[in-house]
Design a protein around this ligand. Sequence first.
Ligand code: PAD
Ligand code: ZN
Length: 357
Amino acid sequence: MKAAVLYERRTPLVIEDLDLVPPGPGEVEVRLVASGVCHSDLHHVQRDTPTVLPVVLGHEGAGVVSAVGANVTRVKPGDHVIIAFGAKCGECFYCVRGMPYLCTPANPARPRLARGNQTINQFLEVATYAERTVVSEKNVVKIRDDAPLAVCSLIACGVTTGIGAVINTAKVEPGSNVLVIGTGGVGLNVVQGARLAGAARIIAVDVRDNKLEFARAMGATHLINAEKEDVVERAKALTGGYGVDYAFEVIGNPKTILQAYESVRKGGVAVVVGVADENADLTFKPVWMMRQAKTLMGCAYGSSRPQVDFPKLVDLYMEGRIKLDELVTRRFALDEINEAFRAMEAGEVARGILDLA
Ligand code: PAD
Ligand code: ZN
């Protein structure tokens, strides 16, 4: 089966024919229909990260179960599933406390991909830039058959992370003023999460006007182009001089994390969704923490519980309460993955998806 392999940092992914193991006990094989292209994948191409190469990237996938191993009870062949990334053991310190997004399993998953004698790793235990994948049954979430699988792939990361950051992590109350810095594939979902939560002002910040227009379509009430205006000053001016109740940083840049923190009012909350470089540092004056009683918090995977949250998000989409189709501004074939990365970096797309079926 074909998959996109990263052999070396800062080089293009290579489309290869790989061997995929048949599903073992507790594992399932999924024929992928689509995978969203997330900036988190590109980070591992461009940055030095702990991810071990060679690796098949991709972590925003959905498809149809094609085979199941022994003792699998959660799904059967033919079921439509969205694949949750990262270990989801269900038994570790974090999983039993309802925080599967922090799962720290006792044992790593077995190798499932190879090219001849060479083992190829699965990014985040899912590897969705491929025609098929084998994952733990704990990583698949069955969804209703009438939901279009291709756009539902976005629920595997961007949608769940963005909406989850608002609803689960920050718990934004109706009437709040919300700032979203970086309105790409994930940030646009923070915008629609804020709309869903009943936020009053939803102030979108980006450096590109086309991204700000996407943000308007997702529910932003005010737009700030950070290249042309001072973000902190504008955020304060739009909130009676106080600052916003909640700010979300969805880029992964220490400068914009600080901007988020400075834009919130006393007692407000700044949430870091963006993934910063491994070696990045952030300096700020801790006296603010007390004097202004602000909170700076992190958000992994929208603090989500995929088995609970994915089907709910699918229902919200099917009822017209959240938008997915509008996020998909371009579709690519698997062998166009490097072009999909380029388009994302150039800011041309809201979210790109790979059609894999
Ligand atoms: P994206 O490239 O689609 O969006 C990033 C956006 O930020 C683009 O619209 C840029 O124009 C904009 N931008 C860049 N620099 C600035 C700036 N200085 N000021 C304002 N806007 C700017 O990426 P994405 O939405 O796929 O991912 C965004 C980040 O979120 C990235 O770091 C990714 O790794 C992270 C992420 N985190 C989680 C999580 O669990 N916390 C999940 C998924 C993605
Ligand atoms: Zn992602």
